[in-house]
Design a protein around this ligand. Structure first.
Ligand code: NDP
Length: 295
């Protein structure tokens, strides 16, 4: 396989490093060229000058950008993917995207004989570094099978979820649950701190009781109690994900008041905390409202 990887962001970079280790002929492209040259200094890859240049000799193009719309914007124009992608090639989109835009992209590519799968991932930047991501794939079964060597380079659990858009829908709902867990865990611990219960004792109990989650078991001890708040996954991206989940629910007329409300809360958090804040920093807003620190 001749792969190309577009989008060397917080998660794209360690994923591309895994692909580079599995495929010595990887080509990379990043909008901000400096990031691609820094990456090339550490890995055996060729840096492409444009998406079209990256796709020229590729039979698989992997994208990992913030939004499906960003991926769609790379298709057109003289430097766009469609200018050089060959018939029979495949676009593997690892963006946590939205099903409607993925279906539109798949339709446009299909007109040129190019396959598309949405393949968002879960497991964070540490999972990407270790190659233990969960990969949720939407698209044709034959394409899913053909792309296994790519998925296996960065993934451990690799699941065919359904038609194009199914991976995106599942990823959005998973992350909506993450957003809800972050929010309610912060509300609960702020309440307990005000009520005189040490948050460390509260988490210790919750983490062997029925209210526990990955958020309470890992994120809060490692990031909140420690006050470390590392920036690995932008709050703006989680706000985007829960917004997608809320939209999918509306599209299918499923009443989801908790999802819709939490989507609004994350929109508020994004406007208060800005574009670079980490998703767990939403906790800071609840701490401010309660006048207490969860530590
Ligand atoms: P970042 O914001 O760290 O990086 C975004 C990347 O996309 C950068 O390479 C950026 O280029 C590029 N980019 C942004 N807009 C455009 C555009 N319009 N055209 C071309 N390139 C563009 O995001 P992440 O790497 O964290 O996330 C990428 C995707 O993966 C998102 O959908 C996110 O939800 C998902 N994800 C992230 C996880 C994480 O832990 N971070 C975990 C699981 C999924 P430039 O360098 O020029 O800014």
């Amino acid at each position: 396989m001749n792969p190309a990887f577009l989008g060397l962001g917080a998660i794209g970079r360690p994923m591309a490093a895994r692909v580079a280790a599995a495929f010595p002929n990887l080509v990379v492209w990043n909008r901000t060229a400096d990031r691609a040259s820094t990456f090339a200094a550490e890995h055996k890859v060729r840096v492409a000058a444009s998406p079209a240049d990256a796709a020229r000799d590729a039979d698989v193009v992997i994208t990992c950008l913030p939004l499906s719309r960003d991926v769609e914007s790379l298709l057109d124009g003289p430097n766009g993917l469609l200018a050089s992608l060959k018939k029979g090639a495949t676009l593997v989109d690892c963006t946590s995207g939205d099903p409607a835009t993925s279906r539109r992209i798949a339709g446009r590519l299909a007109e040129k004989g190019i396959d598309f799968v949405d393949a968002p991932v879960s497991g964070g930047t540490s999972g990407a570094e270790k190659g233990t991501l969960t990969v949720m794939v939407g698209g044709e079964a034959a394409v899913f099978d053909r792309m296994q060597p790519i998925f296996k380079s960065f993934g451990q659990k690799i699941v065919h979820c359904g038609a194009v858009g199914a991976g995106d829908a599942l990823k959005a709902v998973n992350n909506a649950m993450l957003a809800i867990h972050v929010w309610t865990t912060a509300e609960g611990l702020a309440t307990l701190a005000k009520a005189g219960v040490d948050p460390k004792i509260a988490l210790d109990v919750i983490n062997t009781s029925s209210g526990r989650s990955n958020t309470s078991m890992n994120l809060f001890p490692e990031r909140v109690l420690s006050r470390a708040f590392p920036r690995t996954f932008r709050l703006a991206l989680l706000e985007k994900d829960i917004g997608i989940a809320a939209q999918v629910a509306r599209d299918h007329k499923v009443p989801t008041p908790v999802t819709q409300l939490t989507a609004d809360l994350f929109t508020l958090a994004r406007s208060e905390l800005g574009e670079v804040a980490d998703h767990v920093e939403a906790v800071r807003l609840i701490e401010q409202w309660a006048g207490v620190e969860i530590s």
